[in-house]
Design a binder for this molecule. Sequence first.
Ligand SMILES: Nc1ccn([C@@H]2O[C@H](COP(=O)(O)OP(=O)(O)OP(=O)(O)O)[C@@H](O)[C@H]2O)c(=O)n1
Length: 423
Amino acid sequence: MHGSVPSTLAPENWPFSLEWLPQPAYMVGGAVRDALLGRTREYLDLDFVIPSDAVKVARAIARHYQAGFVLLDPERKIARVVFPHATADFAQQEGNNLETDLHRRDFTVNAIAYNPHTQEIIDPLQGYADLEQRLLRMVSLTNLKDDPLRLMRAYRQAAQLGFTIEPATQSAIRSLASHITHVAAERVRVEIGYLLASPQGTPWIVKAGEDALIAPYFKNATCESFNKLALVDTAATLLTENWPQLGLELEQYVRDTVKTTWLGIAKLACLVHSNPEVAEIELQELTYSRAEIRAVTTALKLFSQLKLTNMSLREQYFLFREVGIVFAATVVLALVDDTLVEAMSGNKSLRVYAPLIRRYLNPDDLVAHPTQLVSGKELMIALNIPASPLVGELLTEIAVAQAEGKVSTPAEATEFAHQLLDG
Ligand SMILES: Nc1ccn([C@@H]2O[C@H](COP(=O)(O)OP(=O)(O)OP(=O)(O)O)[C@@H](O)[C@H]2O)c(=O)n1
Protein backbone atom coordinates (compact mmCIF):
# COMPACT_ATOMS: atom_id res chain seq x y z
CA MET A 1 0.00 0.00 0.00
CA HIS A 2 2.44 2.73 1.07
CA GLY A 3 5.55 1.10 -0.29
CA SER A 4 7.83 -0.63 2.14
CA VAL A 5 7.42 -0.31 5.89
CA PRO A 6 10.16 1.96 7.30
CA SER A 7 13.02 0.12 8.97
CA THR A 8 12.69 2.33 12.05
CA LEU A 9 9.58 0.30 12.92
CA ALA A 10 11.43 -3.01 12.73
CA PRO A 11 11.68 -5.01 15.96
CA GLU A 12 15.47 -5.13 15.50
CA ASN A 13 15.44 -1.53 16.68
CA TRP A 14 13.32 -2.16 19.75
CA PRO A 15 14.72 -2.56 23.24
CA PHE A 16 13.13 -6.04 23.50
CA SER A 17 12.59 -9.04 21.27
CA LEU A 18 9.42 -9.51 19.20
CA GLU A 19 9.02 -12.97 20.74
CA TRP A 20 7.67 -11.34 23.86
CA LEU A 21 4.62 -9.98 22.06
CA PRO A 22 1.57 -12.20 21.63
CA GLN A 23 -0.17 -12.49 18.26
CA PRO A 24 -1.73 -10.20 17.36
CA ALA A 25 -0.10 -7.12 18.86
CA TYR A 26 0.13 -3.68 17.30
CA MET A 27 2.38 -0.71 17.45
CA VAL A 28 0.41 2.56 17.35
CA GLY A 29 0.69 6.30 17.87
CA GLY A 30 3.63 8.66 17.52
CA ALA A 31 6.28 6.03 16.80
CA VAL A 32 4.36 4.72 13.76
CA ARG A 33 3.48 8.23 12.61
CA ASP A 34 7.08 9.45 12.91
CA ALA A 35 8.52 6.37 11.21
CA LEU A 36 6.19 6.85 8.24
CA LEU A 37 7.21 10.49 8.13
CA GLY A 38 10.87 9.53 8.18
CA ARG A 39 11.31 11.47 11.41
CA THR A 40 13.93 10.07 13.70
CA ARG A 41 13.45 10.42 17.42
CA GLU A 42 16.19 10.99 19.92
CA TYR A 43 14.42 8.95 22.53
CA LEU A 44 12.48 5.85 21.58
CA ASP A 45 8.91 6.02 22.88
CA LEU A 46 6.89 3.02 21.71
CA ASP A 47 3.17 2.38 22.17
CA PHE A 48 1.65 -1.07 21.80
CA VAL A 49 -1.94 -2.22 21.78
CA ILE A 50 -2.60 -5.81 22.78
CA PRO A 51 -6.08 -7.43 22.72
CA SER A 52 -5.67 -9.04 26.14
CA ASP A 53 -3.20 -9.41 29.03
CA ALA A 54 -1.38 -6.16 28.15
CA VAL A 55 -0.21 -5.60 31.72
CA LYS A 56 0.95 -9.18 32.05
CA VAL A 57 3.00 -8.90 28.87
CA ALA A 58 4.56 -5.65 30.08
CA ARG A 59 5.40 -7.19 33.44
CA ALA A 60 7.07 -10.19 31.82
CA ILE A 61 9.16 -8.00 29.53
CA ALA A 62 10.20 -5.74 32.40
CA ARG A 63 11.21 -8.74 34.49
CA HIS A 64 13.18 -10.41 31.72
CA TYR A 65 15.07 -7.26 30.72
CA GLN A 66 15.38 -5.97 34.29
CA ALA A 67 13.69 -2.79 33.15
CA GLY A 68 11.46 -0.47 35.21
CA PHE A 69 7.76 -1.26 35.41
CA VAL A 70 4.98 1.28 36.06
CA LEU A 71 1.29 0.44 36.12
CA LEU A 72 0.01 3.65 34.52
CA ASP A 73 -3.70 2.94 34.53
CA PRO A 74 -5.00 -0.19 36.29
CA GLU A 75 -8.56 0.34 35.05
CA ARG A 76 -7.75 0.75 31.37
CA LYS A 77 -4.89 -1.73 31.78
CA ILE A 78 -1.97 0.35 30.61
CA ALA A 79 1.57 -0.34 31.82
CA ARG A 80 4.95 1.18 31.03
CA VAL A 81 8.30 -0.53 30.75
CA VAL A 82 11.23 1.82 31.14
CA PHE A 83 14.50 0.79 29.47
CA PRO A 84 17.72 2.80 29.77
CA HIS A 85 17.21 4.47 26.38
CA ALA A 86 13.57 3.81 25.58
CA THR A 87 10.08 3.56 26.99
CA ALA A 88 7.41 1.13 25.85
CA ASP A 89 3.75 1.47 26.84
CA PHE A 90 1.46 -1.54 26.61
CA ALA A 91 -2.27 -0.86 26.54
CA GLN A 92 -5.16 -3.23 26.43
CA GLN A 93 -7.06 -2.77 23.18
CA GLU A 94 -10.14 -0.56 23.64
CA GLY A 95 -13.23 -2.24 22.24
CA ASN A 96 -13.57 -5.59 20.53
CA ASN A 97 -11.13 -5.04 17.73
CA LEU A 98 -8.23 -2.89 16.66
CA GLU A 99 -10.43 -0.70 14.45
CA THR A 100 -12.57 0.30 17.39
CA ASP A 101 -9.43 1.14 19.34
CA LEU A 102 -8.08 3.30 16.51
CA HIS A 103 -11.45 5.05 16.17
CA ARG A 104 -11.16 6.25 19.77
CA ARG A 105 -7.93 8.16 19.18
CA ASP A 106 -7.33 11.87 18.68
CA PHE A 107 -6.09 12.50 15.13
CA THR A 108 -6.03 10.30 12.05
CA VAL A 109 -2.24 10.48 11.78
CA ASN A 110 -2.03 9.04 15.30
CA ALA A 111 -4.50 6.27 14.50
CA ILE A 112 -2.30 4.18 12.22
CA ALA A 113 -1.29 0.75 13.50
CA TYR A 114 1.58 -1.56 12.55
CA ASN A 115 1.50 -5.28 13.12
CA PRO A 116 5.12 -6.31 13.70
CA HIS A 117 4.33 -10.00 13.25
CA THR A 118 2.97 -9.53 9.72
CA GLN A 119 4.61 -6.16 8.98
CA GLU A 120 1.23 -4.89 7.94
CA ILE A 121 0.09 -1.27 8.25
CA ILE A 122 -3.53 -0.91 9.36
CA ASP A 123 -4.99 2.48 8.53
CA PRO A 124 -8.80 2.51 8.64
CA LEU A 125 -9.00 6.30 9.05
CA GLN A 126 -6.77 7.15 6.10
CA GLY A 127 -4.17 8.66 8.37
CA TYR A 128 -1.48 8.07 5.80
CA ALA A 129 -3.20 10.37 3.31
CA ASP A 130 -3.26 13.06 5.99
CA LEU A 131 0.39 12.43 6.78
CA GLU A 132 1.23 13.06 3.14
CA GLN A 133 -0.69 16.33 3.27
CA ARG A 134 0.83 17.14 6.66
CA LEU A 135 -2.63 17.61 8.16
CA LEU A 136 -3.94 17.03 11.66
CA ARG A 137 -7.51 15.86 11.20
CA MET A 138 -9.67 14.87 14.17
CA VAL A 139 -11.04 11.35 14.23
CA SER A 140 -14.30 12.86 15.49
CA LEU A 141 -15.67 15.78 17.46
CA THR A 142 -16.82 13.37 20.17
CA ASN A 143 -13.26 12.16 20.64
CA LEU A 144 -12.02 15.70 21.19
CA LYS A 145 -14.76 16.21 23.73
CA ASP A 146 -13.95 12.92 25.49
CA ASP A 147 -10.44 14.13 26.30
CA PRO A 148 -10.21 17.89 25.80
CA LEU A 149 -6.42 17.80 26.22
CA ARG A 150 -6.56 16.76 22.59
CA LEU A 151 -7.58 20.35 21.76
CA MET A 152 -4.19 21.53 22.97
CA ARG A 153 -2.35 18.52 21.55
CA ALA A 154 -3.42 19.65 18.08
CA TYR A 155 -1.42 22.88 18.35
CA ARG A 156 1.53 21.18 19.99
CA GLN A 157 1.72 18.42 17.41
CA ALA A 158 1.23 20.88 14.55
CA ALA A 159 4.22 22.82 15.92
CA GLN A 160 6.41 19.77 16.43
CA LEU A 161 5.58 18.08 13.14
CA GLY A 162 5.34 21.19 10.98
CA PHE A 163 1.71 20.30 10.15
CA THR A 164 -1.43 22.40 9.80
CA ILE A 165 -4.77 21.77 11.45
CA GLU A 166 -7.47 20.78 8.99
CA PRO A 167 -10.20 23.52 8.86
CA ALA A 168 -13.15 21.43 10.15
CA THR A 169 -10.93 20.21 13.01
CA GLN A 170 -9.97 23.78 13.82
CA SER A 171 -13.63 24.83 13.93
CA ALA A 172 -14.43 21.87 16.17
CA ILE A 173 -11.60 22.88 18.51
CA ARG A 174 -12.92 26.44 18.66
CA SER A 175 -16.42 25.23 19.44
CA LEU A 176 -15.08 23.03 22.27
CA ALA A 177 -12.51 25.49 23.65
CA SER A 178 -14.29 25.98 26.97
CA HIS A 179 -13.88 22.23 27.66
CA ILE A 180 -10.14 22.62 28.12
CA THR A 181 -10.69 23.50 31.78
CA HIS A 182 -12.02 19.98 32.41
CA VAL A 183 -8.49 18.69 31.97
CA ALA A 184 -5.97 18.43 34.81
CA ALA A 185 -3.92 21.64 34.77
CA GLU A 186 -0.70 19.65 34.90
CA ARG A 187 -1.42 18.04 31.53
CA VAL A 188 -2.19 21.44 30.01
CA ARG A 189 1.03 22.83 31.46
CA VAL A 190 3.05 20.16 29.70
CA GLU A 191 1.52 21.04 26.32
CA ILE A 192 1.98 24.78 26.88
CA GLY A 193 5.57 24.02 27.89
CA TYR A 194 6.28 22.41 24.53
CA LEU A 195 4.75 25.36 22.71
CA LEU A 196 6.89 27.84 24.63
CA ALA A 197 10.10 25.87 24.28
CA SER A 198 10.96 26.69 20.68
CA PRO A 199 10.32 29.30 17.97
CA GLN A 200 8.29 26.71 16.01
CA GLY A 201 5.80 26.72 18.87
CA THR A 202 5.28 30.48 18.79
CA PRO A 203 2.76 30.82 15.91
CA TRP A 204 0.86 27.86 17.35
CA ILE A 205 0.50 29.20 20.86
CA VAL A 206 -0.68 32.43 19.25
CA LYS A 207 -3.31 30.42 17.34
CA ALA A 208 -4.28 28.52 20.48
CA GLY A 209 -4.72 31.93 22.11
CA GLU A 210 -6.92 33.16 19.25
CA ASP A 211 -8.99 29.99 19.59
CA ALA A 212 -9.64 30.71 23.30
CA LEU A 213 -7.55 27.87 24.73
CA ILE A 214 -5.06 30.02 26.62
CA ALA A 215 -7.38 32.60 28.20
CA PRO A 216 -8.55 30.31 31.02
CA TYR A 217 -4.95 30.15 32.29
CA PHE A 218 -3.59 33.57 31.40
CA LYS A 219 -6.64 35.72 31.93
CA ASN A 220 -4.86 38.97 31.34
CA ALA A 221 -2.92 38.05 28.25
CA THR A 222 -3.68 40.44 25.39
CA CYS A 223 -2.74 40.48 21.72
CA GLU A 224 0.31 42.43 22.73
CA SER A 225 1.33 39.69 25.18
CA PHE A 226 1.16 37.12 22.39
CA ASN A 227 3.05 39.41 20.01
CA LYS A 228 5.85 39.55 22.53
CA LEU A 229 6.47 35.81 22.20
CA ALA A 230 7.94 36.17 18.71
CA LEU A 231 9.99 39.11 19.95
CA VAL A 232 11.39 36.86 22.67
CA ASP A 233 12.56 34.44 19.97
CA THR A 234 14.16 37.30 18.03
CA ALA A 235 15.82 38.75 21.11
CA ALA A 236 17.16 35.34 22.09
CA THR A 237 18.64 34.82 18.62
CA LEU A 238 20.27 38.22 18.79
CA LEU A 239 21.78 37.49 22.19
CA THR A 240 22.95 34.06 21.08
CA GLU A 241 24.66 35.51 18.02
CA ASN A 242 26.50 38.07 20.09
CA TRP A 243 27.13 36.00 23.22
CA PRO A 244 26.88 32.26 22.48
CA GLN A 245 27.38 31.49 26.17
CA LEU A 246 24.24 33.41 27.07
CA GLY A 247 22.41 31.55 24.32
CA LEU A 248 23.40 28.26 25.89
CA GLU A 249 22.00 29.42 29.20
CA LEU A 250 18.67 30.21 27.60
CA GLU A 251 18.44 26.58 26.56
CA GLN A 252 19.04 25.32 30.08
CA TYR A 253 16.17 23.76 31.95
CA VAL A 254 15.03 25.29 35.19
CA ARG A 255 14.13 21.94 36.63
CA ASP A 256 14.54 18.54 35.12
CA THR A 257 11.10 17.27 35.98
CA VAL A 258 9.21 20.28 34.69
CA LYS A 259 10.49 20.99 31.24
CA THR A 260 10.87 24.74 31.11
CA THR A 261 13.91 26.41 29.61
CA TRP A 262 15.00 29.94 30.49
CA LEU A 263 13.54 30.96 27.15
CA GLY A 264 10.25 29.43 28.29
CA ILE A 265 10.52 31.46 31.49
CA ALA A 266 10.87 34.67 29.47
CA LYS A 267 7.81 33.73 27.44
CA LEU A 268 5.76 32.91 30.50
CA ALA A 269 6.68 36.36 31.80
CA CYS A 270 5.03 37.79 28.66
CA LEU A 271 1.78 35.90 29.23
CA VAL A 272 1.27 36.35 32.96
CA HIS A 273 -0.14 39.42 34.68
CA SER A 274 2.50 42.10 35.08
CA ASN A 275 1.89 42.18 38.82
CA PRO A 276 4.17 39.42 40.21
CA GLU A 277 1.63 38.49 42.89
CA VAL A 278 -1.11 37.83 40.35
CA ALA A 279 1.43 36.09 38.09
CA GLU A 280 2.31 33.78 40.95
CA ILE A 281 -1.30 32.68 41.35
CA GLU A 282 -1.71 32.08 37.62
CA LEU A 283 1.42 29.94 37.51
CA GLN A 284 0.49 28.05 40.66
CA GLU A 285 -2.83 27.12 39.11
CA LEU A 286 -0.95 25.67 36.15
CA THR A 287 1.16 23.65 38.64
CA TYR A 288 4.46 25.30 37.82
CA SER A 289 7.18 24.56 40.35
CA ARG A 290 8.26 27.11 42.92
CA ALA A 291 11.60 27.48 41.16
CA GLU A 292 9.84 28.34 37.91
CA ILE A 293 7.42 30.76 39.51
CA ARG A 294 10.28 32.51 41.23
CA ALA A 295 12.20 32.72 37.96
CA VAL A 296 9.26 34.31 36.13
CA THR A 297 8.47 36.83 38.85
CA THR A 298 12.14 37.76 39.27
CA ALA A 299 12.53 38.42 35.54
CA LEU A 300 9.33 40.47 35.55
CA LYS A 301 10.42 42.51 38.50
CA LEU A 302 13.95 43.22 37.33
CA PHE A 303 13.96 43.63 33.57
CA SER A 304 13.31 47.37 33.68
CA GLN A 305 16.21 47.87 36.11
CA LEU A 306 18.61 46.49 33.50
CA LYS A 307 17.86 49.55 31.41
CA LEU A 308 19.07 52.06 33.98
CA THR A 309 22.20 53.72 32.75
CA ASN A 310 24.84 55.02 35.14
CA MET A 311 24.02 52.44 37.77
CA SER A 312 26.47 52.60 40.66
CA LEU A 313 28.59 49.54 41.38
CA ARG A 314 26.55 49.12 44.53
CA GLU A 315 23.31 49.06 42.56
CA GLN A 316 24.79 46.64 40.05
CA TYR A 317 25.94 44.36 42.87
CA PHE A 318 22.40 44.18 44.30
CA LEU A 319 20.91 43.70 40.86
CA PHE A 320 23.15 40.71 40.11
CA ARG A 321 22.48 39.29 43.53
CA GLU A 322 18.75 39.40 42.99
CA VAL A 323 18.63 38.33 39.37
CA GLY A 324 21.00 35.38 39.82
CA ILE A 325 20.61 32.73 37.15
CA VAL A 326 17.56 34.43 35.62
CA PHE A 327 19.92 37.00 34.09
CA ALA A 328 19.69 35.82 30.47
CA ALA A 329 15.90 35.57 30.54
CA THR A 330 15.73 39.04 32.11
CA VAL A 331 17.92 40.57 29.38
CA VAL A 332 15.62 38.99 26.81
CA LEU A 333 12.61 40.62 28.44
CA ALA A 334 14.35 43.98 28.56
CA LEU A 335 15.17 43.72 24.85
CA VAL A 336 11.57 42.84 24.04
CA ASP A 337 10.39 45.84 25.98
CA ASP A 338 12.83 48.09 24.12
CA THR A 339 11.54 46.84 20.79
CA LEU A 340 8.00 47.65 21.84
CA VAL A 341 8.68 50.98 23.46
CA GLU A 342 11.29 52.49 21.21
CA ALA A 343 11.21 50.35 18.08
CA MET A 344 14.99 50.36 18.42
CA SER A 345 17.15 48.32 16.14
CA GLY A 346 18.28 45.29 18.11
CA ASN A 347 21.96 46.01 17.88
CA LYS A 348 21.68 49.52 19.17
CA SER A 349 19.63 48.31 22.09
CA LEU A 350 22.01 45.44 22.79
CA ARG A 351 24.82 47.87 23.41
CA VAL A 352 22.97 49.20 26.45
CA TYR A 353 23.22 45.81 28.12
CA ALA A 354 26.72 44.91 26.95
CA PRO A 355 28.53 46.10 30.12
CA LEU A 356 26.21 44.07 32.37
CA ILE A 357 26.42 41.05 30.08
CA ARG A 358 30.21 41.20 30.07
CA ARG A 359 30.26 41.30 33.85
CA TYR A 360 27.85 38.39 34.06
CA LEU A 361 29.91 36.26 31.69
CA ASN A 362 33.19 37.02 33.45
CA PRO A 363 33.52 34.66 36.44
CA ASP A 364 36.23 36.90 37.91
CA ASP A 365 34.00 39.96 37.96
CA LEU A 366 33.46 40.80 41.61
CA VAL A 367 30.31 42.86 41.01
CA ALA A 368 28.46 39.99 39.33
CA HIS A 369 30.24 37.14 41.09
CA PRO A 370 31.44 38.27 44.51
CA THR A 371 33.72 36.01 46.50
CA GLN A 372 33.60 35.89 50.26
CA LEU A 373 36.63 37.53 51.86
CA VAL A 374 35.58 36.66 55.41
CA SER A 375 32.88 34.40 56.82
CA GLY A 376 30.26 35.51 59.31
CA LYS A 377 31.92 33.41 61.98
CA GLU A 378 35.34 34.99 61.39
CA LEU A 379 33.77 38.42 61.53
CA MET A 380 32.03 37.66 64.83
CA ILE A 381 35.31 36.51 66.37
CA ALA A 382 37.43 39.36 64.97
CA LEU A 383 34.96 42.06 66.03
CA ASN A 384 33.78 40.27 69.13
CA ILE A 385 30.09 40.60 68.28
CA PRO A 386 27.27 38.08 68.77
CA ALA A 387 25.28 36.39 66.02
CA SER A 388 22.62 38.78 64.75
CA PRO A 389 21.28 40.24 61.49
CA LEU A 390 24.03 42.84 61.83
CA VAL A 391 26.59 40.19 60.80
CA GLY A 392 24.74 39.65 57.51
CA GLU A 393 24.57 43.38 56.91
CA LEU A 394 28.31 43.75 57.50
CA LEU A 395 29.02 40.88 55.10
CA THR A 396 26.92 42.59 52.44
CA GLU A 397 28.72 45.89 52.96
CA ILE A 398 32.08 44.10 52.66
CA ALA A 399 30.95 42.51 49.38
CA VAL A 400 29.83 45.91 48.06
CA ALA A 401 33.16 47.46 49.14
CA GLN A 402 34.95 44.64 47.35
CA ALA A 403 32.89 45.29 44.21
CA GLU A 404 33.86 48.95 44.47
CA GLY A 405 37.53 48.02 44.81
CA LYS A 406 37.80 49.39 48.36
CA VAL A 407 38.85 46.11 49.97
CA SER A 408 40.53 43.03 48.53
CA THR A 409 41.97 40.98 51.40
CA PRO A 410 40.42 39.38 54.52
CA ALA A 411 42.38 41.78 56.74
CA GLU A 412 41.11 44.81 54.84
CA ALA A 413 37.58 43.41 54.97
CA THR A 414 37.70 42.98 58.75
CA GLU A 415 39.15 46.44 59.20
CA PHE A 416 36.44 47.87 56.95
CA ALA A 417 33.73 46.23 59.07
CA HIS A 418 35.43 47.54 62.20
CA GLN A 419 35.25 51.08 60.90
CA LEU A 420 31.61 50.65 59.96
CA LEU A 421 30.83 49.54 63.51
CA ASP A 422 32.73 52.42 65.04
CA GLY A 423 31.26 54.94 62.65
N1 LIG B 1 -4.93 12.63 24.72
C1 LIG B 1 -4.53 11.67 23.92
C2 LIG B 1 -3.22 11.15 24.06
C3 LIG B 1 -2.83 10.13 23.22
N2 LIG B 1 -3.69 9.63 22.31
C4 LIG B 1 -3.30 8.49 21.44
O1 LIG B 1 -2.21 7.78 22.04
C5 LIG B 1 -1.05 7.81 21.22
C6 LIG B 1 0.20 7.93 22.04
O2 LIG B 1 0.17 9.09 22.80
P1 LIG B 1 1.44 9.93 23.24
O3 LIG B 1 2.58 9.00 23.47
O4 LIG B 1 1.01 10.86 24.29
O5 LIG B 1 1.74 10.87 21.99
P2 LIG B 1 2.31 10.55 20.56
O6 LIG B 1 1.23 10.71 19.54
O7 LIG B 1 3.05 9.28 20.61
O8 LIG B 1 3.21 11.76 20.19
P3 LIG B 1 4.36 12.52 20.95
O9 LIG B 1 5.39 11.49 21.24
O10 LIG B 1 4.77 13.52 19.92
O11 LIG B 1 3.73 13.13 22.15
C7 LIG B 1 -1.30 8.99 20.29
O12 LIG B 1 -0.60 8.88 19.08
C8 LIG B 1 -2.81 8.89 20.07
O13 LIG B 1 -3.12 7.84 19.19
C9 LIG B 1 -4.98 10.12 22.18
O14 LIG B 1 -5.73 9.68 21.36
N3 LIG B 1 -5.36 11.14 23.00
